[in-house]
Ligand binder design. Structure first.
Ligand SMILES: [Zn+2]
Length: 86
C-alpha cells in the first residue's frame, strides 16, 4: 500500500505543478494603475527604460510589468519565466 500512496502523491504534485505553470497572467484592471503611470520602469523583455504605460502591462506572480511595445508584451505573456527572476 505504501507504494500506491507514493504514486498518488506524485500524481497530485504533478497536477499542482502543471496548474501553477498554466498561464498566470491576468490583464491589468485600469483602476489599479494611477500611481504607476508616472514611474519610469524597465521593460523586462528588451531592458529598455520606459514610462509605465497603462495599456502595455501584464501581471505575473502579483507583480505588474510594463512594456515598451505590444510585441514585447506578447513575448512576455508567451514565456514570462524567461524574463522574470525566480
Ligand atoms: Zn521592449
Amino acid at each position: 500500500m505504501k507504494k500506491l500512496n507514493f504514486i498518488v502523491i506524485l500524481i497530485g504534485l504533478t497536477t499542482v505543478a502543471l496548474k501553477s505553470n498554466a498561464n498566470p497572467i491576468i490583464e491589468v484592471p485600469k483602476t489599479n494603475l494611477i500611481d504607476s503611470a508616472k514611474k519610469v520602469v524597465t521593460d523586462p523583455v528588451c531592458k529598455m527604460k520606459i514610462k509605465a504605460n497603462v495599456s502595455k502591462t501584464a501581471i505575473y506572480n502579483k507583480v505588474t510589468y510594463n512594456f515598451c511595445s505590444e510585441s514585447c508584451k506578447q513575448k512576455f505573456v508567451a514565456e514570462p519565466a524567461n524574463y522574470v527572476k525566480k
